[in-house]
Design a protein around this ligand. Structure first.
Ligand SMILES: [Zn+2]
Length: 68
């Protein structure tokens, strides 16, 4: 069973299937709902899709405004 909750909580740096760090992402696919990126593992050939949504903005002066 792939461990996607650890994958998400650690920022997506290890393969959720085999634990390898040898994962890479393809191009970002951007639209108004967010960003998607296909990711694959060179170790076990697993493939999945990461999704990103806008969570905060950092202003020019460095202050961060988070989504409520
Ligand atoms: Zn893997």
């Amino acid at each position: 069973m792939p461990d996607f909750s650890s994958y998400i909580n650690t920022g997506g740096c290890r393969c959720p299937y085999c634990g390898s760090y040898d994962i890479s992402g393809k191009a970002f696919d951007i639209d108004e709902t967010g960003v998607r990126q296909q990711v694959f593992c060179s170790e076990c050939d697993a493939e999945w899709t990461d999704t990103y949504t806008l969570s905060s903005v950092i202003e020019a002066d460095g202050s961060e405004i988070e989504k409520e």
